[in-house]
Design a protein around this ligand. Structure first.
Ligand code: BF8
Ligand code: SF4
Length: 630
């Protein structure tokens, strides 16, 4: 096993402290300082009982003022806030998915974007009942993109992808009236319901929250994931590295940050362009190094092995190294702080999307039609910026770990089943995994997902929970910033098998996998619900009977709440390490942690003590096993 060891949180923090020192020299701000300025937070906001939905308000609920001016109580206010929060997340993921569908419409054999996984496209077409016989693959791609785009606005019917779920789950959704109709409609309905003078009943607001979340996970996000795979390839295991040490002092460093792979894929392509490499040499650099931050990083790591510089709360750190020539962003989870921060260094902060426009950035508008040309422009700007580095400010913490990533559902089925053609709904089985679980070699599986949040010591909850779960023979699947926390710590190194219980260690050895599996970005949580559905179908059990749990220990975004809602609605108990902003309403808390179980056979558990959160997850897994008699 050589000298493998995990990188500790203390080491992460020491590196960050050292970078903040550099920042101080140039007058840079940091999130650590801003957290101090924003603490303590507004209690009304934290509890979800401040309403500013109409201009008679804002109204805040106190024991003396138990109702807003219109008469809405704490339950209605917290419920409406929760639904709006969810709708924000569903809109965001789904719009990302929509962009991918539009990009699919531009694929051409000699175009910027191509069909890289024709087999997957054919399988989805069959699943959707589209004739494929004798059709040119590019014509089929265009036809599928149009059908997918209709999922956003169709006047009748529910989402096509729902059929991937077991019959039992589909029936629960129908009975609870949470089958999502058109994706945009569920967001729109959420906004309508929460307008002044509409719903203020917790039950109704929670129901629509689940339905809006479903329109994301079983709608827009699934479009995003599936059609990204068609264009950029379905991920398979690939080796990479993670943490700031992946940045290179003698090379041009381009950081890709955001979510949509349409941009980052092109940047990666042009960073290998001979003309750009020649240009890099001419400015004294050894080459061009692309590394990622946030979910964009997950996308290009999974498909190309591009190294992962960091997750959400590391985004400022990449600039603070003084060695970042350009940080190129598309949409979501981008700190506006990067604008002023980049001005303290030579870094170019390049925004590319009309959706995410920020002061102090260079805006190079990127779309599928100008993708090649503008990606080249961006790479060129980064390379030419190399000469502006200030060597006295350069410090790259020499800290990185090896990671094997790229476990799409197809790849997981393949490594565990050994079947060659393993498109999830066509061939291949999860039976070997089920056997490992029923025999007790594995106790169960946990999905760890979501962000960092300064309310929790950054990355600690992710890493500590993973260590605990794998030591207890629970296999862990990951996405989003949770996945990057794991990779940076070293948990995606296959050598991490030595931290597992005996059963999981054996599985890792036999299947040659790390104990925590990288399933992608946050939109790729749609892969996880498909995997859960497959496990249920292959085992003949309901999803809610499987010893599976979901957890977002450090979540922060609206997207995370939308995800939580569709994961729980899929029948998977979901554990949160940060409180959702509903605590001012005992009814809302009850609906989320108990009431919804009657509809979807799963509910939330909220626990901010990470030790207790881990215990609760393990206990739930064991309860499920006991109920099955395994
Ligand atoms: O979508 S995990 S901080 S990067 S929201 Fe954002 Fe949260 Fe990271 Fe990706 Ni997901
Ligand atoms: Fe106040 Fe009601 Fe208006 Fe909300 S909708 S701000 S509770 S008056």
């Amino acid at each position: 096993m050589g000298d493998f060891r995990l990188t500790t949180i203390e080491e992460f923090e020491a590196a960050t402290d050292r970078l903040i020192e550099t920042g101080k020299k140039v007058g840079a701000d940091s999130w650590q300082l801003r957290v101090k300025n924003q603490t303590p937070h507004c209690k009304f906001g934290e509890q979800g009982i401040c309403c500013r939905i109409c201009s008679m308000g804002p109204c805040r609920i106190t024991p003396k003022a138990p109702r807003g001016i219109c008469g809405c109580d704490a339950h209605g206010i917290a419920g409406r806030n929760f639904l709006r929060f969810t709708a924000g997340g569903a809109a965001t993921h789904s719009d990302h998915g929509r962009e991918i569908c539009h990009t699919l419409h531009t694929v051409a054999p000699d175009g910027n974007y191509k069909v890289k996984d024709p087999e997957k496209l054919l399988c989805i077409a069959k699943e959707w009942g589209v004739e494929t016989e004798g059709k040119d693959i590019y014509d089929l791609a265009h036809e599928m993109s149009e059908l997918a785009l209709l999922e956003y606005g169709k006047p009748y019917g529910v989402q096509r992808w729902l059929k991937r779920a077991p019959e039992h789950t589909q029936k629960l959704w129908r009975d609870a009236e949470i089958e999502p109709r058109a994706i945009d409609r569920e967001v729109s309905t959420a906004m309508h319901m929460t307008h002044m003078g509409n719903s203020c009943k917790a039950e109704a607001l929670v129901r629509q929250s689940l339905r809006s979340g479903m329109s994301d996970g079983w709608g827009g996000s699934m479009c995003g994931t599936e059609f990204s795979d068609v264009m950029f390839g379905t991920p398979k295991p690939v080796d990479t590295e993670a943490n700031l040490g992946v940045m290179k002092e003698d090379m041009v460093n381009i950081i890709v940050h955001g979510h949509d792979p349409s941009l980052s894929e092109m940047i990666c392509d042009y960073s290998e362009d001979p003309e750009m490499l020649e240009l890099a040499k001419s400015v004294g650099a050894k080459g061009i190094n692309v590394a990622g931050v946030c979910c964009t990083s997950n996308e290009v790591a999974m498909r190309r092995g591009i190294p992962m510089a960091g997750n959400f709360l590391q985004q400022e750190n990449v600039v603070l190294t003084g060695a970042c020539e350009a940080i190129v962003v598309d949409v979501q989870c981008i700190f506006p702080a990067l604008g002023p921060l980049s001005k303290c260094f030579h870094t170019k902060f390049i925004t590319t999307s009309p959706i995410a426009q920020m002061p102090d950035s260079d805006f190079i508008r990127f779309d599928s039609k100008n993708a090649g040309e503008n990606a080249k422009k961006i790479v060129r700007a980064a390379v030419e910026n190399f000469v502006n580095r200030k060597p006295e400010l350069v410090y790259i913490p020499q800290m990185k770990q090896k990671a094997t990533v790229g476990y799409s559902t197809e790849a997981i089925v393949k490594v565990l089943d050994g079947v060659t053609n393993s498109y999830v709904d066509v061939t291949g089985t999860t039976k070997p995994l089920i056997e490992c679980i029923t025999s007790g070699v594995l106790r169960g599986a946990a999905a760890l997902v979501g962000c960092n949040n300064p309310r929790v010591r950054a990355d600690q909850a992710h890493i500590e929970l993973m260590k605990k779960l794998i030591a207890n023979d629970v296999i862990v699947i990951l996405s989003g910033c949770s996945a990057q926390a794991a990779a940076r710590a070293g948990l995606m190194d296959k050598e991490a098998k030595n931290l597992c219980g005996a059963g999981l260690k054996r599985v890792c050895e036999l299947a040659d996998i790390p104990p925590v599996l990288h399933m992608g970005s946050c939109v790729d949580i749609s892969r996880m619900v498909v995997l859960a559905s497959k496990l249920a179908k292959d085992s003949g059990l309901n999803i809610s009977q499987l010893p599976l749990v979901g957890c977002a220990p450090e979540w922060m975004s609206e997207k995370a709440v939308s995800i939580g809602n569709y994961v729980v609605a899929t029948g998977i108990d979901t554990f949160l390490g940060v409180e959702p902003q509903v605590s001012g309403s005992d009814q809302m808390v009850w609906w989320l942690t108990e009431g919804i179980r009657d509809w979807v056979e799963a509910a939330y558990t909220i626990e901010t003590n990470i030790e207790k959160l881990g215990d609760a997850m393990l206990a739930r897994i064991e309860e499920k096993r006991a109920a099955l008699g395994i």
